[in-house]
Design a protein around this ligand. Sequence first.
Ligand SMILES: Nc1ncnc2c1ncn2[C@@H]1O[C@H](COP(=O)(O)OS(=O)(=O)O)[C@@H](OP(=O)(O)O)[C@H]1O
Length: 258
Amino acid sequence: SPSEVTNSQQFPKAIIIGVKKCGTRALLKFLSVHPAIAASSQEVHFFDTPKNFRLGSDWYRNQMPIATTNQYVTIEKTPHYFIDRHTPKRLAHLLPDVKLILILRDPVIRAISDYVQIKSRHEYYPTFDEFISMKNFTRWTPIKIGCYAIYLRRWLKYFPLERIHFVDGENLIQRPWEELQHVQKFLNISNDIRQENFYFNSNKRGFPCIKQPNGCLGSSKGRQHPFISDITRAKLKNLYSTCNRQFKQLAQINFPWL
Ligand SMILES: Nc1ncnc2c1ncn2[C@@H]1O[C@H](COP(=O)(O)OS(=O)(=O)O)[C@@H](OP(=O)(O)O)[C@H]1O
């Protein structure tokens, strides 16, 4: 077909900048079935990793998926961009018109998810409750990342709020088509990914999958979370209440869990 003759690699029109463990992979996977989207399968880590950044913008473009002429929206996701100090400025300089997508979850659940991932790489590891009972627990990275306002403030020095779309990661699990509808609108593409494209898979602990071959996420997504004590929950809820309030103000959004 003619579109195959003009395959090319394009700089991203949109980037899922984070947040880690909030559903960035699910969002990109669901978006990738849209006919207008070419999605990068790997996390590119261009702006946040010195050895990659030094290779320059040609290297970056060469990491992008081959897009057919129909796929005029190239997207990549690197969740670490959100918390990286250098990325906002570097990205604004290279791609001043890029659209940013930020997916968020309840920071308490996000912290547990982060913990479960780290624990999976260790044979012996303290419990989540043990971490939170430590005096300096607020300096532990899985806890720090959940104070979204701190990081968003940095991004807003380089990007206007209208260029950032916020996705409710809790709702992406419950009613993914609603979040997809908003994202497709933000990207100015047709509303192709709809409710009838999803099913809930009991083998995937009830997480939604897309109706196509390999339409569910891999085994490292949707892990079992450990029991967390009420004391730990109350402590984190209290810690995040200020961050959440500031985030709501900065982002001018309101998700049910915020
Ligand atoms: N449809 C679907 N299927 C499976 N998992 C889903 C889905 N939608 C959202 N999620 C949640 O995504 C969490 C992982 O987030 P990320 O992909 O952003 O993680 S990462 O930062 O790339 O490591 C992952 O966290 P865990 O539950 O802790 O494994 C999921 O809760």
